[in-house]
Design a protein around this ligand. Structure first.
Ligand code: AHR
Length: 330
């Protein structure tokens, strides 16, 4: 189910307009920059972060399932493999091809001004999805759509504080990709929400790069260095699932001997919550494709769009996950 904040209503119902000064494809599939509006197809260049997690797979599917020829789009899609230089290269390639709109989910939040200025100079509007940039120049992009990562961290911190930190607890944190908006914001939100509770002590914090493999490796290191871990706070489900493997390999029971809380609520994470191996999950909704399509159509039509559109996220304990899992889309 799509749950957009009310602010998104302005772009909800739009008529597809012909692209002005956009690109059309040659017979060989090569885009022709500035080729005029021979068709109503909107050519979108999308640079994805990578394929690091179940969340990312669901997000990619949502975008590829929505920005289809049937819906009036030609999608040029690239996977940056979690490298900023690959994203910058992809964006430059989309500029050279003269796409109508560039959309991307920035792997890290800094260092985008140069390439975004190049897009602006070329007259190609940019839409940010999922992750924001820290640029102070808001003319560099048309709109951002995604979750409030600080709020996600706060929701988690509040739950941990109220449900686990009624006595002193030692927490280890598996951070997302260093420099990424979700890693920075989820850390900030959690620390803010637990700041007033002296029972919460974060004894170690390290990146697991949002992957299951690195989450497991980092958790193995935490277990070797600390014999008194009470709680794992993982910035996504995949790292939490990696931590489960490390805890089980160390002869302990995840969810019981060491509590685990994560963010995302993808199917594998929700199953682990139902199984009692994860204790609480804050959702991050990856199904951004339909709203991204509406925003892009609005931008191309010259309609006003909100600068920041926040998707509403829920949270799940075991009982709520048991109810939600059978109908889970991702
Ligand atoms: O930016 C969203 C985050 O990126 C998701 O929480 C995580 O799973 C993904 O890698």
């Amino acid at each position: 189910m799509r749950r957009l904040a009310a602010a998104a209503a302005t772009v909800a119902v739009l008529t597809l307009a012909a692209c002005s000064g956009g690109s059309t494809d040659d017979d060989d599939g090569t885009a022709a920059p500035g080729g005029g509006a021979e068709t109503d197809t909107i050519v979108v260049g999308f640079s994805q972060v990578g394929s690091e997690s179940g969340w990312r797979a669901a997000n990619t599917k949502s975008i590829q399932d929505t920005l289809t020829a049937e819906n009036g789009f030609e999608l040029k899609f690239s996977d940056a493999q979690q490298k900023q230089e690959n994203q910058i290269q992809a964006i430059r390639s989309y500029i050279a091809q003269g796409v109508d709109v560039i959309a991307f989910s920035p792997v890290v939040q800094s260092g985008w001004d140069g390439v975004l200025e190049e897009a602006r100079d070329a007259g190609i509007p940019v839409v940010l999805t999922d992750r924001a940039v820290d640029s102070t120049d808001e003319t560099l992009y048309e709109s951002f759509i995604g979750s409030d990562f600080v709020l996600e961290g706060e929701m988690m911190g509040e739950w941990v504080s109220e449900n686990l930190a009624t006595e002193p607890i030692k927490v280890v944190e598996l951070q997302g990709t260093t420099g990424s908006a979700p890693a920075i914001d989820r850390k900030t939100g959690f620390e803010t929400a637990t700041a007033d509770n002296p029972n919460v002590e974060i004894i170690a914090s390290q990146t697991g790069n949002f992957t299951r493999t690195e989450g497991k490796q980092v958790m193995e290191g935490f277990l070797q260095a600390h014999s008194d871990i009470d709680v794992v706070y993982a910035h996504n489900d995949d790292m939490g699932l990696g931590a489960i493997e490390a805890i089980e390999a160390a002869g302990m029971v995840p969810g019981v001997d060491i509590k685990i809380v994560t963010i995302d609520a993808v199917k594998d994470g929700m199953q682990a919550l139902v199984d009692g191996k994860i204790n609480y999950i804050v959702e991050c909704n990856p199904l951004l494709g339909p709203d991204l399509a509406d925003i892009i159509k609005a931008v191309v039509a010259g309609e006003p769009v909100e600068k920041r559109i926040v998707v509403k996220d829920e949270a799940f304990d075991q009982a709520a996950a048991t109810v939600a899992l059978p109908d889970r889309e991702y």
